[in-house]
Design a protein around this ligand. Sequence first.
Ligand SMILES: [Zn+2]
Length: 109
Amino acid sequence: MSLPALPPLARVREPRSRARRRFVPRCQVPDCRARACTAVSIELPAAWEASPTYTVLTVQVGACREHARELRRRSAVLIDARGDLHSLLAIVEAAADAELARQRRAPTG
Ligand SMILES: [Zn+2]
């Protein structure tokens, strides 16, 4: 009497299946498939009103070296613009008030 041959055992960890599970962080800029090498913190102003103070929502984005530099630069420009907004609106308002006062003084024809 002989024992029946056993079917070969399935390998639990095939090299291919292991490679499929490996996570490679990619740059979050669309169309860039480079490996993300750093996390960039981006501060987004919560409101664009005339107030001199404001809150930000900070998000972190994985990016490649090239896009990390660009994201940091653009994020800084955005925060600078939000910081300048109050002063710029005050200048525009003062100019509009001066123009309105000039029109009221001018004789109407
Ligand atoms: Zn990139």
